[in-house]
Unconditional design. Structure first.
Lengths: 185, 149
């Protein structure tokens, strides 16, 4: 029996210590993912709490042969974040950016103090799925197969999303939608 | 298989600027292509700038979050069938359904108690079980009378 299976079996039987161990192991990754998706502490706390509440109440729905606990939790967090962002009417993110040509002008943030703000703004401008794929790929070190599983898409579709995300972010931050380097290749 | 410029650009866009993140089966060829091609080096340099920008993103500490996450489990039932039934019958406060459902369940409680008490004490009404026993007894007597005839 793997560590994940032992942990989840204990959580299913209501073992609070096993739940605490799982929280300590995965809290940082889940909360960081939520923060990078949502951009503020309050929503991050809500989504993180809801993710772990589902771990506690729905541990019996986890299938060890299909995914690791980490992948399963990130999938819950991903779905919650996407639902939240789509319901949040004030959100500036929308899929229309998929269709739209990226502006070639970089954001006005050349100095270090504003760099983080510019990055947050640029990430928020990416469509939700592109943002999620990029965050899971760049910050969390998941393999493409794992990210595809978290997002419930094929690996080919994920690669397409990741390429668009990086191109879009490069256009927003560096002002290069289709660089001379790419054109000359 | 020789790597094409288009495929090299796709690899960098999908997997980023660091060769150790590139697919294992294409890494050697892509690295060789990078070493020989100045345009590929310029493209990788652009994506290195993007990766460096992304690396600056630091998430602020959320010191109270772990305590909140742990405390919520103490207030919520676990996933066994009985607890889920109870959770469905008596939803936690905060849900819209709870505002209607809980008073309805409370109102039904005297009715359920009444049915149980009435069934337990019977209040002079013979139970159906006794009636069936009498019926069977009479039928057997009837069969016995017929055999005597």
């Amino acid at each position: 029996m793997t560590d994940d299976q032992e942990l989840m079996t204990a959580i299913q039987s209501g073992d609070a210590q096993a739940y605490e161990a799982a929280v300590k192991k995965h809290l940082k990754s889940i909360s960081h993912y939520a923060f990078r998706m949502l951009g503020n502490s309050k929503d991050t706390e809500d989504i993180t709490q809801e993710t772990f509440l589902r771990l506690w109440t729905h541990a019996d729905t986890w299938r060890g042969e299909k995914s690791s606990v980490s992948t399963w939790l990130h999938r819950i967090a991903h779905n919650l974040c996407i639902d939240y962002l789509r319901k949040d009417k004030s959100s500036v993110t929308s899929e229309y950016l998929d269709e739209m040509e990226m502006d070639d002008r970089p954001m006005d943030a050349p100095d270090n103090t504003d760099k983080l703000t510019a990055l947050k703004q640029a990430l928020e401008l990416l469509p939700e799925r592109q943002r999620s794929a990029l965050v899971l790929n760049h910050y969390h070190g998941f393999s493409n197969r794992e990210i595809a599983e978290i997002m419930d898409i094929s690996v080919d579709a994920l690669e397409s999303i990741l390429a668009r995300a990086r191109r879009g972010l490069k256009a927003l931050l560096l002002g290069k939608s289709s660089s001379s380097a790419e054109k000359s290749l | 298989m020789k790597i094409t410029p288009e495929r090299f650009a796709t690899i960098v866009e999908v997997y980023g600027s660091q060769p150790e993140h590139w697919p294992v089966e294409e890494r050697a060829e892509a690295s060789a292509f990078l070493a020989q091609n100045p345009s590929a080096q310029a493209l990788v340099a652009e994506y290195q700038s993007l990766d460096a920008w992304l690396d600056q993103y630091r998430v602020p500490a959320l010191p109270a979050l772990e305590a909140h996450v742990l405390s919520q489990a103490r207030n919520v039932s676990t996933g066994n069938a009985f607890d889920r039934l109870m959770d469905w019958l008596l939803p936690h406060s905060g849900r819209v359904l709870a505002w209607v459902w809980r008073p309805a369940m409370v109102a039904c409680l005297p009715l359920i108690c009444g049915i149980y008490l009435a069934d337990y004490f019977s209040f002079g009404i013979e139970s159906p079980q006794n009636s069936w026993e009498e019926e069977l007894y009479l039928l057997s007597l009837n069969d016995y009378a017929e055999t005597l005839e």
